[in-house]
Design a protein around this ligand. Sequence first.
Ligand code: MG
Length: 373
Amino acid sequence: MLARLRFPVERSRGRRYPEPSHPYRDAFQRDRDRVVHARAFRRLEAKTQVFAPGLSDHFRNRLTHTIEVAQIARTVAHVLGLDENLTEALALAHDIGHPPFGHAGEAALNRQMRQFGDGFDHNLHALRIVESFEQRYARFPGLNLTFEVREGIVKHSKDFGPGEWPELEEYLPGQRPVLEAQLIDLADEIAYNTADLDDAFSAGMLTAEDVAASVPRYRAITDAVETQFPGATDRERFNEGLRRLIDELVSGLIEGTVESARRAGVGDAEAVRACPRRIAAYGEETAGTSAALKRFLHARVYSTPELGEGRERSMAMIAALFRFFLDRPDRLPQPYSDRAAAEPAHRVICDYLAGMTDAFCQRTFEQTAGAGG
Ligand code: MG
């Protein structure tokens, strides 16, 4: 459908450190495989998405969320005729810069960094992971990913203009990322909106009727499910509704992107880059459904006291750890303690905390700041 907009792998701007090509895997397949083998990728398993583990063994963590994003993005790329390997590499990498404890962890680190006129951004952190923190190769630091994957990582969720991010000048400011990269944001949104409904249903925080009352398309879906499966359990009907909702959102993304490309009149991958707005988009009705889902989830899930309590606790833990290591940089493990001697300590501490899993963060807290030092 949009094969003309596929980014041709042979036109990649390549890797920072040139490498010979592989006999049967192209550059984007190799990037995908490198992400899967990264330690930061494996740590996603022990990082909270939205619901902390404990109450149920079935909540998403950041790894299972990532796999859901990858399958949605890959399906869309396949139907549209785009590069599935590039799409999958970006989907698998999209959250590797996330700190422990979901968005609470991100907000806590950002707040600490603000005191130093700095900040924490999980996309920039992901770039630092793939550029230097991963140590897997004898010949170069990081994963040595292609330009397009690195660019997609830094442009996940936002584009930037010339001069806005001095450290990102090489990533074509003012240009859109390739269409494969543009899909990730929306695939991410479909995955988390529907997964958070599912997890919140499992946690007993909402019913199908609650969702239907706020999301008109969901009302239509759940009415159809009721008619078709009158004897099914609530859980079965909820699952039926959820898979139909995912299907509608994905179809709306496919159709919306085709329509958006037609309206923009883009003829190839270079035109996608030069276009003043992103091409990947939902159709109009799907955009409304997605926005309604977000509003509903904010009101009924994210801002509830059930989640708020854990959020406060994890933010306080990160703040305490941050202060502890500022006072005692000698307690940082290698190589962070070395780095702290040469770089601003707050930056090094932020990198150390951001890489932690939830459990490691908790354990470190108990052994340091939480134990009175
Ligand atoms: Mg995500």
